[in-house]
Structure formats: C-alpha cells, structure tokens
Design a protein around this ligand. Structure first.
Ligand code: EPU
Length: 432
C-alpha cells in the first residue's frame, strides 16, 4: 500500500492537461457490448475503474486491444457468457451498466450487485429496474446477482418516467433501449455531459437517440450497431478539482483540454469566491491572489453544481472569509470527510444535508484518510493549502478516478510524492 506525502502552503503555477471523463468512460466501455464490430475508443482515462471495466468485458469474451495509453479497440462480436465475474463487478458502481448493455444485446444478463464509493446511505437502483421492467425485462435477485431476462429474447420500446433524476438509470435505460423493438421515451432524464457523450457514442455506431442533454430522450430501436471510432469528452470533475486546488492554494494555472460550457456551474461558484477565471476555446486560466470570499452552494443534477465537486468546494470555502452554507441535494449524506478537514483546523458543522463552514485563515498539516474518491480529492486540496507536511492514506480511492494525479500536481509545482505505507487502514475498508 502507498500513501501521499504533501508539503503544502505553496501556490500552484503552470499548466495541467485534463483526461477523458471517468463517468463517460465507465458507461461507454460497457456500451461497446452492444456493438457488432470493432469500437475504437479514444481519450480513455488511465484510472483503475476503467481498467476494471475493461477486465470485465474481457472476462465475458470481448477482445480488448490497447492501441496506446489512451486508446482501446473493443470487439464484442463473440461474447461467451452474459454472467459477470462476481469479484470484479462488485468492485465498481458502474458494473450496473452491464445489465443494460447485456440485456439489450443478448436478452439476458447476470450481474453481481454493484459496488462503488460508499459515501454514506444507500445507493438504490430501483429506477434502473423500473426502466428494464417497462422494456419487458424480468428482473430477479439471486445469490448476490441481479438476473435480467427479456421475454421472447428481445426488449420492446416503452415510455418511462423516472421518479428521480438519475444519471445511472438514464444511461442504463438508454443502453437497453437502443436495440429494442420500437420506440422508447425516457422522461425526467438526467442531462449530464456524459449522458450526451454516451448518446453520441451510440449514435456514431448506428443507434437512433434524440434529445440527450434535455429531460426527454427519444430512442428508436435499431436491429444492430456497427463498429466505429469515438473520442470521450474531457472530465468536468477532474478539471473542477484542479480549479479548486488553485482556489485553495492561490497561484495561476491553465487548465487544458476542457469544454468551458461543462465547467460553467463550477466556474460561477469560484467567481463568487473571488477566483479569477478566464475562458478560452478549450482552456480555462484560473488565478487566485487575494483572500477567498464566502458563498453558498447547493448540489443539484446538471446543469446545477455537481455533487462530485461538493467535498472540493467545501475545502475551498473552509479557507474563505465568513460563513458559507453547502447543501447536498443529490446524495442523502456525503460529509464523512468533514471530520478529516476538522483535524486540519477547518471549522465546519454538519446538520443533516447542510455543512455550515466558518472560514479559517489557514489549514494545518495532519495525517488524513481518503474515505472515497471525491473525499480523497478534497484531502489532497486541503493538504496542498495547509502549512507543513500532511499524509493521505486510502489513496486507491483517488486513483479510481484521477489519472496521474501525482505527476499532474508536480507539474504545477506541488510538493507531493507517493511513498510506501505499511499501515493503510482505509485500504482495508469494505468498499470498492
Ligand atoms: N437514485 C434512486 N434510485 C435509483 C438511482 C438513483 O433513488 O435507481 C437516487 C440516488 O440515491 C441519488 C440520486 O438518485 O440520490 C442520483 O443518483 P444517480 O443515479 O444520478 O447516481 P449514480 O448513477 O449512481 C453517478 C456517478 C456518481 C455521481 C452521480 C450523480 C457514475 C459511475 N457515478 O452515480 O459519481 O455522484 O451520478 O451525479 O457515473 C463519483 O464520480 O465520485 C461519483 C460518485
């Protein structure tokens, strides 16, 4: 096991290149199972969640060929089985996308219950099940596996109204419906950039999906999808995390390979905090010189402020002048990291879904743990801003979603290294 050692208190300067979007990649890779032919996928981030997705596809019989570090070719023409290996699929949340893709293409799927970051509370999939059932899937849970079967071997189109706006359910139903017989309409659909990315990927392989990015998605089923080439969009949350790091430490960094429109919800909040953000075609120049100002943040589905940036913005606000309120509007609880920030001198109280953040002048170095992916990102930001040497354990969570974070941060002047850690308790926690 390894941990990060960060000597903080230094402003960041330079340029950082953003990788492909994790939450698009972990949907598009399973969606390649729908394709009869070779899919070339470019701008794939090198992160452990992606490695796991590719291994699951190989275990089902797909051929996965690495063209270079960020491009793979997947050929799912000869799938051997529709049953995912228990030990792999339970490690990631995104394994639920295998239900939609296998059910859509082969009329059956046996997928172990999904794992993923456990940031408190349950992560239900009732809306996915509601969608598959409407499309004619028979759903059962047996021996830790979700069993799904299409009556007559093929799904049929349906009108589906989601009771909650769910990224996962929207994408999963979309995957199941592209090869279904007839028309499907998903209402109250999620609108995140990775939903549009998945629709664009599927359309480029011959699917007929309209309206992705709005709350009504219309799909006309086609008989098969063909091979093709597709490049994944840049990661909005990775970019936002580097922007938050500059906000917390001060300095000036050019964040490269982004889509500025996807960043608007994050940029708007950082501007309120007194951070300067200059927008160019596919870059943002982020600068912070004076003291940070307080603001309020509420997380919401896109185009609202993303829940996956909540721990990072709370860390920034812990250094702002005045009292800020952060309200979590997507997950019932996502504040476990706050105890770790308090150990670094932050003054934050949590009352159910709201964190009351009294800004302090500075954070102090401390040993901390990453309890999940974004909480880990918040720990890194806090350590970069804090005076002195901090250690962060549980970094395998961070590596699930941030490509080369150590090298990227070193490239903008951070003093961070990864060292052996024999006693990494968080690494043994029962979450994947
Ligand atoms: N929900 C239901 N029923 C469902 C599905 C969701 O009630 O069937 C509720 C959830 O409890 C939650 C809300 O709906 O309150 C939104 O959940 P959503 O389905 O949108 O989340 P998800 O698909 O499980 C993805 C990302 C998360 C991100 C959320 C919200 C992946 C693999 N995960 O999860 O990303 O927080 O959308 O944007 O795409 C992360 O990257 O750190 C991460 C946790």
């Amino acid at each position: 096991m390894t941990k990060y050692v960060i000597r903080g208190g230094k402003p960041l300067f330079g340029e950082v290149e953003i990788s492909g979007a994790k939450n698009a990649a972990v949907a598009i890779i399973p969606a390649a199972l729908l394709v009869d032919g070779v899919c070339r996928i470019e701008n794939i981030p090198q992160i452990s969640d992606v490695t796991l997705c590719l291994r699951i596809l190989e275990s089902l019989g797909a051929t996965v060929r690495s063209i270079n570090s960020h491009t793979v070719e997947i050929d799912a023409t000869r799938i051997r089985t529709t049953r995912t290996p228990y030990e792999l699929a339970t490690k990631i949340r995104a394994s639920y996308y295998l239900i939609g893709s296998l059910l859509g293409r082969f009329g059956r799927a046996e997928v172990s219950m999904p794992g993923g970051c456990n940031f408190g509370g349950v992560r239900p999939i009732d809306q996915h099940v509601k969608g598959f059932t409407a499309l004619g899937g028979k759903m059962m849970v047996e021996g830790g596996f979700i069993l799904a079967k299409a009556e007559g071997g093929r799904l049929h189109g349906a009108n589906i109204y989601l009771d909650v706006v769910s990224v996962g359910a929207t994408m999963n139903i979309m995957m199941a419906a592209v090869l279904a017989d007839g028309n499907t309409v998903i209402e109250n659909a999620a609108k995140e950039p990775h939903i549009v990315d998945l629709a664009n990927f599927l359309n480029s392989m011959g699917a007929n999906i309209r309206g992705a990015g709005t709350d009504t998605i219309k799909i006309t089923g086609v008989s098969s999808l063909h091979g093709g080439s597709y490049a994944i969009i840049p990661d909005q949350i990775e970019a936002g995390t580097y922007m938050a790091a500059v906000a917390a430490t001060g300095g000036q960094v050019l964040v490269k390979n982004i889509i500025p429109k996807h960043m608007d919800c994050i940029t708007a909040k950082l501007l309120e905090c007194g951070v300067e953000v200059e927008e160019h075609e596919d870059t943002l120049l982020v600068r912070r010189t004076g003291r940070l100002h307080r603001t309020n943040v509420k997380t919401m589905p896109y185009p609202g402020f993303p829940t996956d940036m909540q721990p990072q913005i709370t860390t920034v606000l812990s250094l702002a002048e005045g009292t800020s309120l952060v309200t979590e509007g997507v997950w019932s609880s996502r504040y476990r990291y706050v105890d770790e920030l308090r150990r670094m001198g932050a003054n934050i109280q949590v009352d159910e879904k709201t964190a009351i953040v009294e800004g302090v002048e500075c954070l102090k170095a401390a040993p901390t743990q990453a309890y999940d992916l974004r909480a880990g990102a918040a720990m890194v930001i806090a350590a970069l801003a804090a005076q002195g040497e901090s250690e962060i354990t549980g970094i395998h969570y961070i590596e699930r979603g941030y490509e080369n974070i150590v090298e990227k941060l070193r490239g903008i002047g951070a003093d961070i290294c990864e060292v052996e850690s024999p006693d990494d308790d968080a690494a043994n926690a029962n979450v994947g």
